[in-house]
Write a new protein. Structure first.
Length: 146
């Protein structure tokens, strides 16, 4: 704030090439690909984030126009960086900063997946017995096979 009072802008203080550098983990968080920056960092370390088909480290710099592939849950998202940002923006204005190249078939995977069946154990019945556990395990095995 003191810089603005003196009439000095941020662009005068930092070299122009510094303003165009954004870490990929920060960019993934800012563009709402991952919910937290920590998740974005862990995804990079695990090899779930790729640029030009190569896994990248969280500290890699994103360039404008690059296509970033990220695995988020069960889907593989492809995004093109239009404008580099460091601060998280609202979902409504996200289109100005990133272009989503993900095919619709990837998003359909989320709709197709069936919810896991739930084994109901009545409250107040107490701790499940050994027999209850066997029934529960058999129920889960059948639901995973089918």
């Amino acid at each position: 704030m003191a810089f603005q009072e003196r009439g000095i802008s941020l662009s005068e203080m930092m070299p122009p090439d510094e303003l165009s550098k954004v870490r990929i983990d920060k960019w993934l968080w800012a563009t709402r690909v991952y919910k937290t920056r920590t998740l974005a960092t862990e995804a990079c370390k695990a090899g779930h984030v790729k640029v030009d088909g190569k896994a990248v480290k969280p500290s890699r710099v994103v360039l404008s126009g690059e296509i970033v592939s990220a695995t988020v849950g069960r889907i593989h998202r492809s995004l093109k960086a239009l404008v580099l940002i460091e601060k998280r923006v609202g979902a409504k204005i996200l289109d100005q900063y990133v272009e989503d190249l993900t095919p619709a078939s990837e998003y359909d995977k989320l709709k197709v997946s069936a919810p896991m069946p739930v084994f109901n154990h009545s409250k107040g019945k107490g701790r499940p017995t050994k027999r209850d556990r066997r029934v529960f395990d058999q129920f889960n095995a059948e639901s995973l096979d089918g």
